[in-house]
Design a protein around this ligand. Structure first.
Ligand SMILES: C[S@@+](CC[C@H](N)C(=O)[O-])C[C@H]1O[C@@H](n2cnc3c(N)ncnc32)[C@H](O)[C@@H]1O
Ligand code: SF4
Length: 355
């Protein structure tokens, strides 16, 4: 049995990044208190409906640290948790303080994910991010002081104007903070974002591939093992919540635009916080739509997700002739077909051959 997860979406940001397509808003802060009340009410209703206790809880966004910490933990207090549950909060380095982290810890938060993106001021500016790299250092120190020793640093590579040297400097600065977990994502161009309108700023595939190799070399060199295409961790610091997603586990999402999954049925909530508050406070379901995957689609999705992890898939998931074609991209280790580093760069293409 995989873990049961709870995701809480916090749809507020100070400023909208040009590359981001997430369901988040910069002009609705006045809704925060009512939004939190609605999420709490929604969780209580799910509890009455027999929602299991959570093994993992993840506050994501948007920017969870836009909420006053007291408001954020009032949501956490409503979520029944198994002992030893992993509880993560995504944090903007500009918002955090030791006082905020203390409140988090008192209520059961035990993992922080910092949105670092880059440690180079000009790259941050190009991404449209406002924080000062020194705030990342201060944030990490504050987390350590209150005992939040398990944390993730989220970085992005491939911003316009970022050279491979800039990226090396960012990864080195990240390593200096001795993080137990790093997520590094290639900047992707999402439809409908301001970045999509500016082709001259789109990342170059070859440069991004080189950056991927750089980050993998440097992180593996200091003992952070790659355990999913974009994730590296010291043993024991892998994200249980993400592993639950990759194992197609069951989870409940609360808040606007949050997704839920149970045994092949997926559903998601209305996209705006206004509508979410309106529906929940009037006793209605905030669900927008749902879909049920047929067994075959679900099986293939499961293989695609597993292939991206270091455990790979059973070797029979590829035909013998495809395994030949995929030489150099897929290695067979103890009866499992596992992506090589070159294969990780082409995970989507390799996935097309799963059977
Ligand atoms: C949606 S954000 C939420 C946390 C916080 N607001 C932040 O930006 O750090 C989670 C992660 O997704 C990343 N992200 C958002 N859009 C992206 C894109 N187009 N390509 C790559 N990463 C992206 C962000 O940089 C961030 O690290
Ligand atoms: S990347 Fe993060 S901070 Fe930027 S708009 Fe998206 S959710 Fe907000």
């Amino acid at each position: 049995m995989s873990d049961f997860g709870v995701y809480v979406h916090v749809p507020f940001c100070r400023h909208r990044c040009d590359y981001c397509a997430f369901a988040t808003f910069t002009d609705r802060d006045e809704l925060m208190a009512r939004y939190v009340d609605a999420v709490c009410r929604d969780i209580r209703a799910a509890r009455q409906d027999g929602m299991p206790v959570a093994d993992t809880v993840f506050f994501g966004g948007g920017t969870p640290t836009r909420l006053a910490p007291e408001l954020l933990v009032s949501i956490l207090d409503e979520i029944p948790r198994a002992s030893g549950a992993e509880v993560t909060v995504e944090c903007n380095p500009d918002d955090v303080s030791e006082a905020m982290f203390r409140i988090f810890v008192e209520h059961g938060v035990n993992r922080i994910s910092f949105g670092v993106q880059s440690m180079q001021a000009h790259v941050l500016a190009s991404l449209g991010r406002t924080h000062d790299p020194d705030n990342v250092r201060r944030g990490v120190e504050a987390a350590r002081r209150v005992g939040l020793s398990s944390f993730n640093l989220d970085v992005i590579y491939g911003a316009h104007g970022e050279t491979v040297d800039d990226w090396v400097r960012t990864v080195r600065d990240v390593i200096e903070l001795d993080p137990p977990h790093v997520s590094a994502y290639g900047l992707t161009v999402e439809g409908g974002t301001p970045l999509a309108e500016r082709p001259e700023q789109h990342p170059d595939d070859d440069v991004q591939a080189e950056m991927y190799e750089v980050v993998d070399d440097l992180l593996v060199g200091v003992g952070l093992a790659n355990y999913e295409v974009s994730n590296w961790a010291r043993p024991g610091h892998e994200s249980r919540h993400n592993r639950m997603y990759w194992a197609q586990g069951d989870y409940r999402g609360f808040g606007s635009a949050a997704h839920s999954h149970e045994a092949g049925r997926r559903w998601w909530n209305v996209r705006t916080p206004d509508r979410y508050v309106e529906l929940v406070t009037s006793g209605q379901s905030p669900q927008s739509a749902d879909e049920t995957l047929d067994d075959e689609t679900r099986r293939i999705e499961g293989l695609q997700l597993a292939l991206r992890t270091r455990d790979g898939v059973a070797v029979e998931s590829f035909s013998a002739s495809d395994l030949d074609v995929l030489e150099g991209l897929v290695a067979v280790v103890d009866g499992r077909a596992v992506l090589t580093r070159r294969g990780r760069l082409m995970a989507n293409e390799v996935s097309m051959r799963l059977r």
